[in-house]
Write a protein that binds this ligand. Sequence first.
Ligand code: G1P
Length: 402
Amino acid sequence: MQTVILAAGRGTRMRPLTDRRPKPMLPVTDRPLVAHTADAAIEAGATKLTIVVGYEAEAVRSFFGDERAGVPVEFAVQEKQRGTADAVRAAASSLDDEPFVVLNGDALYDVPSLSTLYDTVPAVGSFTVDNPSAYGVLDTDTDGFISGVVEKPEHPPSNLINAGSYVFPAEAQQWLNVEESDRGELELTDVLARTCDEYDVQAVAFDRWLDVGRPWELLEANEWKLSELDPRIDGDVSDDAELSGPVVVEDGATVRSGVVIEGPALVRRGATVGPNAYVRGATVVGEGAKVGHAVEVKNSVLMEGATVGHLSYVGDSILGRDVNFGAGTKVANLRHDGESVRQMVKGELVSTGRRKYGVVLGDEAKTGINTSLNAGVRLPTDGMTKPAESVLYDRINERSDE
Ligand code: G1P
């Protein structure tokens, strides 16, 4: 089944992590988020992938090249992010006159359910959530077929949402010129509505699905994919390092003396851990990243080249590419009132729903020695703190956070 993957968006809610890379290229274990979408699609039966790119398109193109696992990959450019129907329209010239699948490139799908979706024409992937108002909510008719979809309703008719995965009949290629919606976008859900008018559209329920829109969902995505790791030690691990649980140490990575790693954890090529460091929870130490002496890292993602050299604690956090922690920098990841940690998203303070949540640092941010970072704060790309600074509040400029 020919498959269109939508990967043109920037992902402003992921700022500052998407200042220099598109959201679909954010790392989830050993590959970008969109590569998990592509790989799940290939396992489910995709025969050709057309990836719609836009913001920072080159990063996506150069990652994939012209094939993945023997399946041809093509690219379509969406110049302006005008909505999902417009994105598919950009890909239309590469589609054959046959049914086609469309997948949001910023979500994780469970493969068995996705395979069922691929076997059902026409269909829409669905998932049950607690907060349906944030999504397109599906309406079903008395025969169990989908009768329509309501975008982001204030009073959702059900908890069953559109998971951003669709199998359209070939004819839907003629229906991509939709009118602008109330929120000013050209929406694929309007194409779905038309398909529901003309065909019996089935909902295929996903057992597991994760929409990755905000930084804590990137942690969740890594937790999910790390839990599927097959342990493997290809790198250089000191005889007295203690590794337990599923741990992958890639070829070219070094784990030095006195290190304790409690998996699931992934130490990527060129990374160094130790001496005398403690890595636990679902943690990714990215390519060329460094976790040095007397450093504890828990449930965190260190992107490529991030360095936490000495005497630090990093918990439930995301450190962008080439971040540098001055000696003694500590991250708070728990509120003493027991409430979930909150984080600014597009100028609004939002609950992450997590009791344990640390910080998000943009690429190349640097902290001075003994910096304290409060739970939920973000530092901008290239941001800096002074020695002994205590960062209590978010540091991303609100006006640029849109
Ligand atoms: C889109 C769809 C929505 C769906 C969601 C899934 O929303 O319009 O129906 O529930 O993807 O992530 P958007 O992410 O464009 O707000």
